[in-house]
Design a protein around this ligand. Structure first.
Ligand SMILES: Nc1ncnc2c1ncn2[C@@H]1O[C@H](COP(=O)(O)OP(=O)(O)O)[C@@H](O)[C@H]1O
Ligand SMILES: O=P(O)(O)OC[C@H]1O[C@](O)(COP(=O)(O)O)[C@@H](O)[C@@H]1O
Ligand SMILES: [Mg+2]
Length: 320
């Protein structure tokens, strides 16, 4: 087996704070091992268009504190089509790129798997604020997004507590409730609603009423996106519970911002590991961190792992 000489790195799907740190780690570890590392711009879109540029390790330090991704990101649904992927594989081969490190979420992993079946070695690094990849305890960007959400909810509490109010805060996470769960516990939310808990409107309203009767000056509800319309829910909670109620959709502010130290270390660790695995000839695997140890899984096995309900849900009731 001849040693790999040139690899690509791309970021795909929703950007996540810490992606720049992961890119930097891949470039630094690659160059140290005598490999040329090319940035592939705008995820699979740039891969198909041949939008590649050799990355210089000395240019990357200024990106360390920056959120977003210096390689930009994109969603390209057409990448599911084999003909589109074929164009990308040809472009990669023309550029002499033998392997690609894909930094992204579950969708990006599926793209990486499909690519690896067409002769391009791929390693996935979990980069998404959603923490929705079961094969890792933490994804790059989750900790930063969580801390951003915590800061926002803390601010809401200040004003809510002053006025006897209820806030209904919608958090991102697509179909994973981790951001809502961790932010809700961190900020003392009385109610946390996610796909994992299920949503029973009457139950939520009853709980809010009980808190009002108990004399609580404020109630904060953390609710994951895609569960219900929080503006309508706020109107109904206000009408039926006695609290003036304000909805707050945190939205994309959760995605931006300077990565926390946790995300920077995680990204550095995973980026270096990705290069090590490629040098060992590993292919079509994705990296995770489990009980503080780096691990790697077959991409499809990783995506098919069953998601267990987070035991932290059990303490929510006791804290409310
Ligand atoms: N089944 C698939 N086959 C090939 N490529 C895919 C597949 N699913 C997703 N992708 C690619 O991965 C991109 C990112 O996926 P998406 O779900 O939007 O974000 P994330 O990777 O953050 O979960 C998609 O826009 C598409 O280009
Ligand atoms: O920015 P967009 O395209 O509206 O996507 C929003 C989605 O992206 C996320 O922020 C991140 O999800 P992915 O990492 O899967 O792309 C989700 O929390 C949210 O549902
Ligand atoms: Mg995803």
């Amino acid at each position: 087996m001849s040693k790999i000489k040139r690899i690509g790195v791309l970021t795909s799907g929703g950007d996540a704070p810490g992606m720049n740190m992961a890119i930097r780690a891949v470039v630094r570890a690659g160059v140290k091992a005598g490999i040329e590392v090319y940035g592939i711009y705008e995820g699979y879109k740039g891969l198909v268009e041949g939008n590649y540029k050799k990355l210089d390790p000395s240019d990357l330090d200024k990106r360390i504190p920056q959120g977003g991704t210096m390689l930009y990101s994109a969603r390209l649904p057409e990448f599911e089509n084999i003909e589109v992927r074929r164009v990308g594989v040809t472009k990669l081969k023309e550029a002499g790129i033998e392997a690609v490190v894909v930094i992204g979420g579950d969708g990006s992993y599926r793209g990486a798997k499909a690519l690896s079946e067409m002769g391009i070695k791929c390693i996935g690094i979990p980069g998404t604020i959603d923490n929705d990849i079961v094969s890792t305890d933490y994804t790059i960007g989750f900790d930063t997004a969580l801390n951003t959400a915590v800061e926002a909810i803390d601010r809401l509490r200040d004003t809510s507590h002053s006025h006897i109010r209820c806030n209904i805060v919608e958090l991102m996470g697509r179909y994973c409730g981790d951001l809502s769960l961790y932010a809700g516990i961190s900020t003392g939310c009385s109610i946390i609603v996610t796909k994992e808990t299920g949503f029973d409107k009457e139950d939520v309203i009853k709980k809010v009423k009980d808190l009002h009767e108990r004399g609580e000056r404020h109630v904060i509800i953390a609710i994951a996106e895609k569960i219900t319309n929080v503006i309508d829910l706020s109107e109904e909670v206000q009408e039926r519970t006695g609290y003036k109620t304000n909805p707050m959709i945190l939205g994309h502010i959760q995605r931006g911002g300077s990565p926390t130290a946790f995300d920077r270390v995680l990204a550095s660790n995973m980026g270096v590991y990705a290069v090590k695995l490629l040098l060992e000839g590993v292919n079509s695997r994705c990296i995770g961190i489990r009980e503080n140890k780096l691990v790697h899984y077959d991409i499809i096995e990783a995506l098919d792992l069953p998601k267990e309900k987070n035991p932290l849900y059990d303490i929510v009731e006791d804290l409310s």
